[in-house]
Design a protein around this ligand. Structure first.
Ligand code: SAM
Length: 295
């Protein structure tokens, strides 16, 4: 297709031509602003030879921009709605760089997908304008799969993007911030108002970029990842409580109060501090100490 899909007129034409009923349950709000599309795809710094994964291509606005930037690379787009896949197959019928799969991104085994579709081991980037209701599990699913990514750029609900990027001692710092920042470094790239979508959502959005750390000190330091995340969830589950109380009265792990007291004192952190004031490295130190003391 020659015309840019991300404009109100072309998007409406496509919706009419294929008689598409938009599904609210799948977060189908389509971007109709070519500048925003350009910001997402240029933030991923596509050189042309990568293997790009796009989640939730819809009617292909971002897909089109990515394909225009690819030369020898490939794009794998994962779309849950079979009706959209049919439309995309028609719109991009001539495109041999594109592979479409009709699947739920929540159920994808990412290492398996890469082995199958990226046997040449091209550098991998992930781009998405995500359906808001599944943003967090989709991103966490990709990060936890520990596939190697050059970067990730995605659009999310503003509130979620701010929580992902928040640091200690701020209101928005929470288990989502730690969970994402443990794997990659996030930043808010651009603010996006609700009026660039058809239909308009009730919330504003942001474009978030995730970059790998030059060396991931967090992953290197943690003794037991599962245990660390249980500690993090316990800290933030009762964020108004002191560290000793939130850890020793956690509904997630059973920790002896004396052991928690000793661990916090040994770490020089003290029992009265609130968890939300801790840096990720401090959380890792506490987790490692308690983990060793329980052995
Ligand atoms: N990328 C398009 C754009 O920017 O205009 C569409 C974005 S729309 C917010 C989200 C898209 O994700 C929809 O096409 C929807 O059908 C699809 N989707 C929703 N849940 C999904 C899931 N679990 N896995 C894959 N795709 C999903």
């Amino acid at each position: 297709m020659e015309n840019k899909i991300a404009t109100p007129s072309v998007t409406k034409k496509i919706l009419n031509k294929y008689n598409l009923n938009l599904k609210k349950s799948l977060g189908q709000n389509f971007l109709v602003d070519q500048n925003i599309i350009e910001i997402i795809s240029s933030s991923a710094a596509i050189k042309g030879d990568e293997f790009i994964i796009e989640i939730g291509p819809g009617i292909g606005s971002l897909t089109q921009s990515i394909l225009n930037k690819l030369k020898t690379g490939n794009l794998l787009a994962v779309e849950k709605d079979a009706a959209m896949v049919e439309v995309l197959n028609d719109i991009f019928a001539e495109e041999n760089k594109l592979t479409l799969i009709n699947q739920d991104a929540l159920k994808i085994d990412w290492p398996e997908i890469l082995e199958k579709y990226n046997p040449e081991k091209k550098k991998v980037k992930l781009l998405a304008n995500l359906p808001y209701y599944v943003t967090t599990p989709i991103i966490m699913g990709v990060l936890e799969s520990e596939i190697e990514l050059e970067n990730m750029v995605f659009m999310v609900q503003k509130e979620v993007g701010e929580r992902i990027c928040a640091g200690p001692e701020t209101k928005k710092f929470g288990s989502l911030s730690v969970a994402v920042q443990y794997y990659m470094q996030p930043e808010i790239i651009h603010q996006v108002p609700a009026n660039v979508f058809i239909p308009q959502p009730n919330v504003d959005s942001v474009i978030v970029g995730l970059a790998p750390y030059p060396e991931n000190i967090y992953q290197k330091e943690v003794l037991n990842q599962d245990f660390f995340f249980q500690i993090v969830k316990s800290i933030f589950q009762q964020r108004r409580k002191t560290l000793r109380n939130s850890l020793s009265r956690s509904a997630i792990i059973n920790l002896d109060r004396d052991l928690v007291t000793q661990a916090l004192n040994d770490e020089g952190i003290g029992i009265k501090k609130r968890g939300e004031k801790l840096s990720i490295l401090e959380m890792i130190s506490i987790s490692n100490r308690i983990y060793k003391m329980r052995e």
